[in-house]
Design a protein around this ligand. Structure first.
Ligand code: TRP
Length: 364
């Protein structure tokens, strides 16, 4: 039998989703969902993982579950094609995590680069919560429970997928071929790998106030683009401008296509021509920002409109998630059955075991 092609990915509900999420993974997911080449697509809200570093703020996590779900639907994830669910409602995932813990060493977790930077970022130092420290293991459970073959995520998730692959290989080596080794699917465009904040900082983050959210109203987006970081040495229009570290051009790299020039700036055929003009001198930031604003509004407008529609019926969003959870549990519990069997902890559904032991004791 040909292996099924299965997509799985998710996001922590710690805030509304922003355009970094969009170019890093969301846009791709919708394309994959609609491509018809995948047998199943699972997208979930990782609330249990969000609690590993927000244990003292459950209300924040709870409020953001629906925000993330709304962002998913607004972007075009379609519940008739994609199973959308909430991580904490799938208890099978915790059980899988518990067994996978036997396959991972403390030092391996300590070497996980994402965990390392996150520990520094959060000033956990010597008081690292065990749940947080071990979240790569729980992430392996998320991925393997659904036999995912393909995990579309941002670059920062690479160490997580690598750790998952190691767990799968070790599990299959010890207990026999049971789990599926997933592959990461990164954005193919360098600008999308890690979209900087509007202030030019490496990462978009709510606390830095440098994000453009998918649900930001149009005037807010306009304002954020107008104040965006460019080339600080590009003072006069006639000055030559630099592209490296110039956020407006990074965003254009991520969002702009040739057709946008015909619509919004027909003096240029494509982004390369615009870049050439900018580096030569004679092109002002305002004009480039105006182009970016037109492009971004064109992309964000339909997302905003759809979100507004979905916001009118919140109970319906919970229905979608609830049905998704039921479907997700069915799949996860099948995997858990296989895992228990492979690990020889399936006592009550193994007649051969009971028969063999009866015979052995009878011989004594
Ligand atoms: N760690 C991911 C993030 O921070 C969220 C996540 C949890 C995830 N489990 C996953 C992503 C499984 C992909 C697959 O965005």
């Amino acid at each position: 039998m040909l292996k099924e092609k299965i997509i799985l990915t998710g996001d922590r509900p710690t805030g509304r989703l922003h355009i970094g999420h969009y170019v890093g993974s969301l846009r791709r997911r919708v394309e994959l969902q609609n491509s018809g080449i995948y047998d199943k697509v699972f997208v979930f809200v990782a609330d249990a993982q969000a609690l590993t570093d927000n244990m003292d703020n459950p209300e924040k996590v709870r409020q953001n579950v629906v925000e993330v779900a709304l962002d998913y639907l607004a972007c075009g994830l379609d519940p008739s094609k994609t199973t959308m669910f909430i991580q904490s409602q799938i208890p099978e995932l915790t059980e899988l995590s518990f067994y996978y813990m036997d396959l991972v060493t403390v030092s391996r977790l300590q070497r996980n680069p994402t965990v390392k930077t996150e520990i520094q970022m959060r000033n956990f130092e010597t008081s690292i919560p065990v749940g947080f420290f071990t979240y790569p293991i729980s992430q392996a459970a998320d991925i393997t429970a659904f036999r995912a073959t393909t995990v579309p995520v941002g670059e920062d998730q690479e160490p997580m997928i690598e750790q998952t692959r190691e767990i799968v290989r070790r599990f299959n080596f010890i207990y026999g071929d049971t789990l599926v080794e997933p592959e990461i699917l990164l954005p193919d465009n360098a600008a999308c790998l890690r979209l900087p904040g509007t202030d030019g900082q490496a990462k978009m983050s709510k606390s830095l106030g440098n994000c453009i959210y998918l649900s930001d109203p149009a005037d807010e987006v306009e304002k954020k683009i107008r104040s965006m970081y460019t080339d600080p040495t590009h003072l006069r229009v006639s000055d030559p401008g630099k592209l490296e570290g110039n956020t407006v051009f990074t965003y254009l790299d991520a969002f702009c296509r040739d057709e946008h020039f015909q619509r919004y700036l027909p003096d240029y055929a494509n982004l390369q021509e615009l870049k050439d003009h900018y580096t030569r001198g004679g092109l002002g930031d305002v004009k480039v920002k105006r182009l970016l604003a037109s492009v971004m509004q064109e992309i964000l407008e339909p997302i905003r409109t759809r979100r507004k529609e979905f916001e009118k019926d919140i109970p319906a969003i919970y229905d979608i998630l609830k049905q998704g959870c039921e479907k997700a549990r069915e799949t996860a519990s099948k995997t858990l059955d296989d895992v228990r069997k492979a690990m020889k902890i399936n006592y009550f559904d193994d007649e051969a075991l009971i028969a063999e032991q009866s015979a052995r004791f009878a011989e004594k």
